[in-house]
Structures are given as structure tokens and as C-alpha cells.
Design a protein around this ligand. Structure first.
Ligand code: ADP
Length: 456
């Protein structure tokens, strides 16, 4: 966005504030977990001075789901005094928040308080770095994320009071593509679709998914940074709108061992001059050589970046045979048993869908890591192996890391990601993985007690 466009956006907001249509501006960053963190400004303060910059404590990019202050991060610590970051509003992301009265929202880039440089481990900065590499090569990254989640009958407060036990999904049988079952969820989903659309997020639709009370939200493909912003805001809106309706939603990858997991498939293509650079009408599957190198890169480095698709201990419970979640990093033509599915083969919209990621991923990190792998595939001119066929749950090659510890090790030792993203970034997220492992190691789970209490 040019300065002139930013000023235009500000002027348009000023007019709405003057007219009394807007009184609140949510000013936020995206944290390591892909959540919106920030402040609410009185709209008059925002249009007067707040839009230039504001500040947040730098622990926001060195914390965990519970907002703890774990040690071991080079970027900040108790010793360093947990100082400030600059939150710099990206006025191109200014949008209404139609599900809250008189409210608009803007996403911020995170800058170093002293140098005013982008903080390298900020998720938006990580994605922008890979997009800049692509731009230099002459390409745009076009992505779409699918977002699955479960809706529960009770509210979040009731569920917390119940100790997260006896969770009751909103519907009682498999609702995959099921119109009647999904109708029972329309009090959450209709406002979700309409409010997001009114917020400038190009919602395609929602559909029932295979689990009880499970839904999927589809948003039209866009340039990668926009697609990541859409994903983040849509996930946030889903939680808030469900909360307004007295319901709870979860984006846990796997909330119960007997129920299906929730994914976030990522559709990806590279474009040049407004057309897909992945399409070649002379190829049997319509795949350009650029696409083949990119996909070969995704495959070669899939283990390196699995952490960014599955960042928690829980994320790895999703990878079960026969579950529609993949277990192997192979590619296949329109085949949902593979880690990578070729979609729309032979057509302009030919693309690759990565099916590994869970709904708990951070889209900026997931997209950036895959772009790094794809770019590396292009630079190495990697040859694409033939597509896998049949039931890809059979077979022992290319297994997705089985747990967070293995994914953490692969991340830590990835020369490709260190080169592409920087050592500081990889060390930072390796530490984030360790924090999750250390915390899980510390606690005794319900499973262990029930299994061993009497019988061990
Ligand atoms: P599915 O069969 O997986 O449900 P859809 O037709 O719903 O597939 O498309 C899934 C996603 O792919 C949508 O969000 C759509 O916008 C996106 N998509 C379509 N064309 C492209 C493309 N060329 N590059 C990236 N994403 C795309």
C-alpha cells in the first residue's frame, strides 16, 4: 500500500468516525500461535495519532498458548526486561468488524522499538520475507486455506467450568455435506459467512464435515499475505460469533480420540502477470515444469517444515490411517489419501493442496515454510517423482514425523529453512516447540491415571 492509499484509508475512516458510525478500532498483531493480540482504541484517538504506531510488550512473540514467560528465547527475557515492540498499522488491512457494533480492525506489522526494522520472528514478517524472494523471481504466491472446526452445544464458560469433560458436539451424526445437519448450525454459520463477507473476506461457503458438529469454512484464493490475513481473521470471527451465540468452537487438531481431526488444507499456486504459472496445456496433467520443481521441493523438505503445519503435541494425533488426514508425504492425482493432492489437473486452476496441516497451524508460518521449500525446489530444479496411486495409507516411505519431538529435531537441523528464514527465526521456533514438549512432559494426563491407577 502506498502512503497516498494509507492516507485515503485514514480519511475514509475519519469520515465514518465523524458520522458516528465507528467508535472503536481494534489494533492487533498476529502472535506465534496465529492469534490476534492487541488493543482497542477509541476511534478518535486512532485517527488523530494511533494510526501512526502504538506499542506492545515484546513477550507477545515469546510466549505460549497460556501467555507464560518461558525462558530460552534470544529475543527477550526477564533479564532483558521484556521491553516494547512497535505495532505499525498496515492500513491496507483496515476493515469493518460487522459482528461488533461500531468497530473496525487493523492488523499491524511488528517492528523493533530501536531500529524500526521488522522483527524477524514475527509471523507476518516471516511470510513477507519469502514473498519478497518470490517477487524477485517474478512470481506471486496464490493460496487458499480451508478451515475446519467443531461446534459444541455449551458455551466456552460452561465447558471450562465442567473441566472440558463430557463435551457435546452440536450434532449427533456424521454431517459431511449434510444439509439438514448443517442447518442446525446456521445460527452460527450464517452470521459468520455474512459478517466475514461484509468485512471484505471473500467467503466461498461453509459445509458440514465428517465429524459430529464439524464444519468447514472456505475462502476464495488470494495473494498469500491476504490469504493468511483472511484465515486469521476468519478463525477469530468464528470463535467470537460462536461465543455471541452461546456456543463454543474448537480448532484443536484432534479434540477426541474417537472423533475425526480438524485440518487446514493449503491450496497453492504461483502466478505471473495475472495468470497461473503452474498451468501448461501441453502437459498430460496440465502441470508446468515450474509447478513440478515447486512440488518436488515441497516433497523433499516436507519433514523439515512439518513443525509449522503441526506445532503442538496434540497436532500429531490427527495423522491416522484411514482418517482422511495423511500419514505420508507423497503426491497423488485427486487422491485424498496423500499428503499432497493435485487438484484441477489439466485445468487453468491446477494447484497443489497440502493436506498435512491441522486447524491449529499458524497460516503465515505454514505458508512461508512451504514457499521456502517450493522456491528451493525451483532453484535446485528438482525432478518430480511419479505420482503415488491407490491407497496411500499403505506404504512406509515418506512418513510424516510421528510426534512433535521428531518435527522439532527436523526443524532445528534444517539447513534449507535456516538459509531461507534465518538462524534467529529457526532457533526461535525450535524453542517454541521445546516449550510445548517441556510443558507436556511436566503434566500427568487423564489417560495415564485411568489406565494405570488400579492396574499398574
Ligand atoms: P475441494 O474439492 O478441496 O473442496 P474447492 O474447489 O472447494 O476444492 O477449492 C478449494 C480451495 O482452492 C478454494 O478456497 C479455492 O478458492 C482454492 N483455489 C482455487 N483455485 C486456486 C488456485 N489456482 N490456487 C490456489 N487456490 C485455489
Amino acid at each position: 500500500m502506498t502512503n497516498a492509499q494509507a492516507l485515503d484509508a485514514l480519511e475514509a475512516l475519519k469520515a465514518k468516525v465523524e458520522a458516528g458510525d465507528v467508535d472503536t478500532v481494534i489494533v492487533c498483531i498476529v502472535d506465534m500461535q496465529g492469534r490476534l493480540m492487541g488493543k482497542r482504541f477509541h476511534a478518535r484517538h486512532f485517527v488523530d495519532v494511533g494510526w501512526g504506531e502504538t506499542h506492545c510488550c515484546n513477550y507477545l512473540l515469546a510466549t505460549d498458548l497460556e501467555m507464560a514467560t518461558p525462558d530460552g528465547y534470544a529475543s527477550t527475557s526477564w533479564k532483558a526486561g521484556y521491553g516494547d515492540y512497535i505495532m505499525k498499522p498496515d492500513m491496507a488491512t483496515l476493515r469493518p468488524v460487522p459482528w461488533l457494533e461500531g468497530t473496525v480492525m487493523v492488523l499491524c506489522d511488528v517492528l523493533d522499538h530501536h531500529t524500526h526494522e521488522a522483527v524477524p520472528h514475527s509471523p507476518r514478517a516471516i511470510l513477507k520475507r519469502q514473498l519478497a524472494r518470490l517477487e524477485e523471481m517474478g512470481f506471486d504466491s496464490v493460496m487458499a486455506t480451508e478451515l475446519e472446526f467443531f461446534i459444541f452445544r455449551k458455551s466456552l464458560d460452561e465447558i471450562r467450568k465442567d473441566g472440558f469433560r463430557d463435551l457435546e458436539p452440536l450434532s449427533s451424526y456424521n454431517e459431511d455435506y449434510h444439509i439438514f445437519q448443517a442447518t442446525k448450525e446456521e445460527h452460527v454459520l450464517r452470521p459468520l459467512r455474512n459478517h466475514l463477507y461484509a468485512a471484505g473476506i471473500p467467503v466461498e461457503g461453509t459445509k458440514g464435515e465428517a465429524g459430529l458438529g464439524q464444519e468447514e469454512l472456505n475462502i476464495r484464493y488470494a495473494k498469500a499475505l491476504d490469504a493468511a490475513d483472511y484465515h486469521t481473521i476468519a478463525k477469530h470471527a468464528t470463535k467470537e460469533i460462536a461465543w455471541q451465540q452461546g456456543r463454543a468452537v474448537t480448532f484443536l487438531s484432534k479434540w477426541h480420540n474417537d472423533h475425526s481431526g480438524s485440518s487446514s488444507h493449503i491450496h497453492q499456486s504461483l502466478w505471473q502477470g495475472g495468470a497461473s504459472a503452474f498451468f501448461d496445456e501441453n502437459d498430460a496433467l496440465g502441470m508446468s515444469s515450474l509447478m513440478k520443481h515447486y512440488l518436488a521441493g515441497l516433497l523433499k523438505y516436507a519433514t523439515d517444515y512439518t513443525y509449522f503445519l503441526a506445532p503442538y503435541v496434540n497436532s500429531y494425533k490427527r495423522f491416522q490411517k484411514g482418517s482422511f488426514a495423511p500419514t505420508r508425504t507423497v503426491w497423488s492425482v485427486d487422491n485424498r489419501t496423500a499428503g499432497f493432492r493435485l487438484c484441477a489437473e489439466g485445468c487453468q486452476s491446477v494447484r497443489i493442496e497440502c493436506r498435512i496441516g491441522g486447524s491449529d497451524l499458524n497460516p503465515y508460518l505454514a505458508m512461508a515454510a512451504q514457499l521456502a521449500a517450493g522456491i528451493q525446489g525451483i532453484e535446485e530444479r528438482l525432478a518430480l517423482p511419479p505420482p503415488a496411486e491407490g491407497d496411500n495409507y499403505d506404504g512406509e516411505t515418506g512418513l510424516i514425523p510421528q510426534n512433535l519431538r521428531d518435527a522439532r529435531d527436523a526443524l532445528k537441523h534444517s539447513a534449507m529453512l535456516r538459509e531461507a528464514m534465518g538462524n534467529d527465526v529457526i532457533d526461535h521456533y525450535t524453542r517454541a516447540a521445546e516449550v510445548e514438549l517441556e510443558d507436556f512432559q511436566r503434566v500427568v494426563t487423564d489417560y495415564e491415571v485411568a489406565r494405570g491407577f488400579e492396574r499398574s
